[in-house]
Design a protein around this ligand. Structure first.
Ligand code: SF4
Length: 228
């Protein structure tokens, strides 16, 4: 074999060494590929408890190594509205519940301004495990976690969803449209209507979006009044 033809093997060897340095003892693969190989069970069809257990045990992306708890809502019964956030913060990670830290006060004020409460919603996140502090989850985590959010929608069948932050549009539109171009107009996903707007944590850092969020919340309330 020529030196040139050996080059791809060297690259693969270096990649294996790199994975080993990250602590992998086997090659990570896309969850869809593992399902195809029969190495992963398909998600439960209609069972919330099994879904929660699957998320609890999930190791489908590298975030399982640094999370304290995956963040899951257990209170789905009777909920007709869904609220989707971006990813867990430190408190969410600690308690294993979405919007459980200081930001829930801001969220509650936003919702109360249109006569709703956080408790009216099934609350979930686009990515269930906390990334390294100060960073957003990468594409690998977003892709690996997307199946859980879509399954939650399939099980809950909410008529109306309020989606907060930059990650939910990436789940539904795979990055084809930015939040600034999507926000404030209803987006149809199967039987569900989704309204995208900015996350309250982003608003606290960028007060200029407060007015835009208020406009979007008024649109959400109008959709709510029309539907319920
Ligand atoms: S972020 Fe999602 S895909 Fe990744 S380990 Fe957590 S639950 Fe699994």
């Amino acid at each position: 074999m020529t030196k040139e033809s050996l080059r791809p093997f060297e690259i693969i060897k270096d990649y294996f060494k790199y994975l080993a340095s990250l602590g992998y003892s086997e090659i990570p693969a896309l969850p869809e590929f593992l399902t195809l190989l029969g190495k992963k069970k398909a998600l439960p069809e209609d069972n919330w408890s099994e879904l929660i257990e699957r998320i609890y045990q999930c190791q489908d992306c590298s975030l399982f190594r640094i999370r304290k708890n995956p963040v899951i809502e257990r209170n789905w019964e009777g909920k007709k509205l869904m609220l989707i956030g971006d990813f867990p913060d430190r408190e969410d990670d600690y308690y294993g519940k979405p919007f459980s830290g200081a930001i829930q006060e801001t969220l509650q004020k936003m919702l109360l301004s249109i006569g709703l409460r956080k408790e009216d919603f099934y609350v979930t996140l686009a990515v269930k495990c906390k990334p390294i502090a100060g960073r957003s989850p990468d594409e690998e985590s977003l892709l690996a976690c997307k199946k859980y959010l879509l399954k939650e929608i399939k099980l809950l069948k909410p008529k109306l969803v309020l989606a907060l932050g930059f990650l939910p549009p990436k789940v539904f539109l795979e990055g084809h449209e930015s939040l600034s171009s999507l926000r404030g107009r209803p987006f149809h996903y199967q039987e569900t209507m989704i309204l995208f707007t900015y996350h309250p944590a982003y608003m606290l850092k960028n007060p200029s979006v407060k007015r835009l969020i208020w406009e979007d919340l008024k649109t959400f309330k109008k959709l709510y009044d029309d539907l319920f």
